[in-house]
Design a protein around this ligand. Structure first.
Ligand SMILES: Nc1ncnc2c1ncn2[C@@H]1O[C@H](COP(=O)(O)OP(=O)(O)OP(=O)(O)O)[C@@H](O)[C@H]1O
Length: 579
């Protein structure tokens, strides 16, 4: 029992927070002696809960991890007030250019020499890159090598810098050269470290120009939102060069049946399900695809997507098909599976495999119960700790709706996104969040992977994530592109058996975690199977509202929800459907 008590109270840890006074009853459940101590005034009990809570201090990046030179520029988002943030985000569109030139100025100061066999070892060590496989090409150290080493077009070797990315990140150094050499690759690198560019540049290199041959490259991603984002990045990189991309939708799928219409495109970007529908209907032809990318590969090779991914692999029948797999997490089962369909692949790992990004300060907070979660969010609001923009993850669509209905009257600019909202609404919510009009976005696993909101300062795991992969990807929505970020994960008694794995991740990414927590019993096979099949059962999200005040609040809330729905409908009527 005392171990469980320690799990929940996190005594002595710097990454755990537990309010002993509020949860004195829970303390009693696990350790009656501690309960009596905790019910005394803080001074008598020895130390206050806040003293035990994590400091959440931002992490100083070691130079090898400061991919983007942000530490050098002192560009952390910490300390910026809300108005500053909003203004910054509004200006981001037009301001991107200004930021780019500022970044360019900095990054052009370092001239890098192409590597040789004798200098490569030190480079790999400095960039914390591990390469395995036969005849791995030397990593590139500057974009100019696309032209000097691979004889690529000038516009392509200039494209990353034109987009503001003057210096390649470690994963880009290694993975881009492997793909330029036209090899299969399995690549693991932290969230927000620039994996997308690492595979997009080689696609542009191999395709060069629009050839009217139909799809020659295929990028598969687990959500439509991510597919749209990849398309945007590809368009930026390609600039005016005629590479034509298509994000597959229900609306355009049937048109692609016409071979002439399909010839208008070079790159297909899609979710697996949409593509399999197209393949089943005989509307999509993948026989000409030479470059296949599975982005978030471990997710695509998991139950739920595996069958579809299999169908897609079978449909890409070109004899010189190259397969690239990218993710921030690559469980060993996925690596094994990859070996079964990749050919002489090179494996690249940047940093510590499967770890969370080191610039994210992580904290676990015991909240006692479902009501305790709402209480904790509201305390964060009142204490000014809820620094927007915030992403708030819950485990189901139903809970996302419930939480939205609770928070909408708290004076926050809050919205919710999940797979059951119509696509136009999802797009407009994402735009509003990017603009800064939505401060707190409640979301499901839909937004856990790949989505690049640069300025997110805080991720709250309102519901404990159901796997370590989910944890790493969810918190990876903050601390991107060299910025700092914060992640707070709530837990209750029900989550106890799964704490150990998150504690391990926290430790691997440089957070202090007490030794005893890492030594907790692993969840049994049965517990793991259970959580894979069905998430933890939780009470509905709601605050105690039996009183007349509660009813008054509830009435006010439903009026506000109705008004918000009406506004949304008005807005949707004017917005365009994407799919
Ligand atoms: N070389 C670079 N220099 C500066 N910024 C970059 C560079 N390459 C990419 N970025 C920016 O870094 C951010 C993160 O990139 P990206 O979305 O590709 O990360 P990722 O590694 O795919 O993350 P995730 O695992 O979450 O999908 C993006 O905003 C991107 O524009």
């Amino acid at each position: 029992m005392s171990d469980t008590f320690r799990i929940l109270t996190g005594s002595g840890s710097s990454g755990i927070s537990f309010d002993r006074k509020r949860f004195s009853e829970d303390v009693g459940i696990f350790n009656p002696r501690a309960a009596s101590a905790s019910s005394q005034p803080a001074s008598a009990a020895g130390s206050s809960s806040s003293e035990k809570a994590a400091t959440g201090a931002s992490v100083q990046l070691p130079s090898s991890l400061d991919f983007f030179g942000s530490a050098r520029r002192g560009k952390g988002a910490d300390g910026e007030d809300l108005r500053g943030q909003k203004k910054r985000r509004r200006l981001q569109g037009a301001g991107d250019e200004a930021r780019k030139s500022e970044e360019d100025e900095d990054s052009h100061t370092t001239e890098s020499e192409p590597l040789t066999r004798s200098t490569a070892g030190a480079f790999l060590k400095e960039k914390r890159l591990k390469l395995t496989g036969t005849d791995a090409p030397l990593p590139l150290t500057a974009w100019s090598e696309i032209k000097s080493r691979w004889n690529g077009p000038s516009w392509l070797s200039a494209a990353p810098s034109t987009c503001g990315f003057a210096t390649p990140t470690p994963i880009q150094c290694a993975a881009t050269s492997i793909l330029l050499d036209d090899r299969d690759i399995l690549a693991g690198a932290p969230t927000g470290s620039g994996k997308t560019l690492a595979y997009l540049i080689p696609i542009l290199f191999h395709l060069r120009e629009h050839k009217k041959e139909g799809f020659r490259a295929l990028i598969v991603a687990p959500s439509r939102e991510l597919a749209v984002q990849i398309d945007g990045q590809l368009a930026k990189l390609a600039g005016r060069n005629e590479i034509r991309t298509c994000v597959l939708t229900k609306a355009n799928q049937a048109n692609l049946k016409d071979k002439e219409a399909a010839k208008k495109f070079d790159v297909l970007i899609t979710t697996p399900l949409r593509l399999v529908h197209g393949l089943d209907a005989g509307e999509i032809d993948l026989t000409n695809v030479r470059h296949l990318v599975l982005d978030e590969a471990d997710r695509l090779l998991e139950d739920g997507f595996l069958e579809q991914t299999d169908t897609i692999l079978a449909a890409c029948s070109h004899p010189s098909l190259r397969k690239a797999l990218f993710s921030a997490t690559l469980p060993s089962g996925v690596e094994e599976m990859a070996k079964s369909f990749q050919l002489d692949a090179i494996r690249v790992i940047a940093g510590v495999k499967d770890a969370a990004t080191e610039s994210i300060s992580q904290q676990l907070t015991y909240v006692g119960s479902e009501e305790g979660k709402l209480h904790a969010v509201r305390s964060m609001i009142h204490e000014g700790k809820l620094k927007p923009p915030v992403l708030l993850f819950v485990q189901s669509i139903e809970r996302a709706r419930q939480l939205f209905e609770e928070l909408i009257y708290d004076g926050l600019h809050v919205d919710v996104i999940h797979g059951e909202r119509p696509k136009a609404q999802r797009d407009s919510v994402i735009d509003a969040f990017k603009r800064g009009d939505v401060w707190v976005l409640i979301c499901t696993e839909l937004l856990a992977r790949g989505i690049d909101f640069k300025g997110v300062r805080l991720v709250i795991n309102y519901d404990f994530p159901q796997s370590v992969q989910s944890y790493v990807h969810r918190i990876g929505r903050t601390g991107r592109a060299g910025r700092t970020g914060e992640a707070v994960t709530f837990f209750t008694k029900e989550d106890g058996p799964y704490l150990r794995s998150v504690a391990n991740i926290m430790k691997a990414s440089g957070c202090e975690v007490p030794e005893w927590m890492l030594k907790l019993k692993k969840p049994s096979q049965n517990q793991r199977k259970q959580i894979n099949k069905r998430p933890v059962d939780r009470q509905a999200v709601k605050s105690a509202a039996g009183s007349s005040q509660g009813r008054r609040i509830a009435n006010k809330r439903s009026q506000m929800i109705e008004a918000s729905k009406a506004r949304q409908q008005q807005h949707d009527a004017g917005s365009e459907e994407v799919e």
